[in-house]
Design a protein around this ligand. Sequence first.
Ligand code: GAL
Ligand code: CA
Length: 351
Amino acid sequence: MRKKLLVLISILMIGLLAFTACETKTAPEGGDAPAGDLPLIGVTIYKYDDNFMSFVRRNIEKNAEGKANLIMNDSQNDQAKQNDQVDTMISKGVTALAINLVDPQAASAIIAKAQAADLPVIFFNKEPSAADLNSYEKAWYVGTTSAESGVMEGQIVVDAWKAHPEWDKNGDGIIQYVLLKGEPGHPDAEARTTFVIQTVNEAGIQTEELELQTGMWDSAKAKDLMDNWYAKHGDAIEFVIANNDAMALGAIASLKANGFFGADGKFMPVVGVDAIPDALAAIKNGELVGSVLNDAANQGLATFELALNAALGNDPLAGTKWTFDANKSVRVPYVGITLENIQIAEDSYAE
Ligand code: GAL
Ligand code: CA
């Protein structure tokens, strides 16, 4: 009886371990070397439950096939949990780390762990401060130039507004907008919020902010905000600007429940960033004015290639098409997406 209980407990514990850190053993190409000979790379994603990051993750996994074994972790939006995951991966013998921070300010804690184990670390998507990156010679970043996405989103707003004088519902020449912000303190959220409005203003269009709150990149949170804002402001809202597509789609869901995008032709312009497949579908059916391609395919590829090189003790850029800026960072370009050039985003997200 006691033995049976022990067996049961160990099965449960193995199950639990497998649940918290799932190790992807990939078969080597050609099958000549056993999978165990491939380098072991430790990866964290700040939370699996993030639309855009699920595409980056898939691209890292796809590129690792036959080239490396990954320990892939869901940090569940908990920095303390991520720190523990990094300790566990180091004790399992990873030779490089690829870290999507939960808190962009937490890079120094991860760097301290990497440095103590003499391990290279590639941060991706959540940009650490320049001071943190420069504090350790084996730390690098893969991401984007955050401001670029705000400028491109702003340009989409400008072009669409100029083409549709009827969107100025109160006829005052000013865009009355609501803005769904991403995670406060996240470089992408801060830069997009600033630059989208700055770009519209610099094009000579005045703006009036009716609401600005964080929806934490999340569809459901954005839908709740939009429900409240529409109840409060109604048709005084002339534009919905979102820091990402997940939130733009949440706003669209709320607007639909309020009679928009239906048979009677009630319309509200909404813009987002990421150009994820669901957003591309919304552009095609006229519910989303445009988005900005956040290139998950190339960010996943660059993250993996740098991590693999680092794991093998090579120069992180060896044999790749990437270059570093002055701040040890690979910057994958954004592309503004509307119906006219939607193919670019569709190709990028095609599996
Ligand atoms: C941004 C992206 C958001 C969210 C965030 C997570 O680059 O646009 O949708 O995924 O990263 O850090
Ligand atoms: Ca107006």
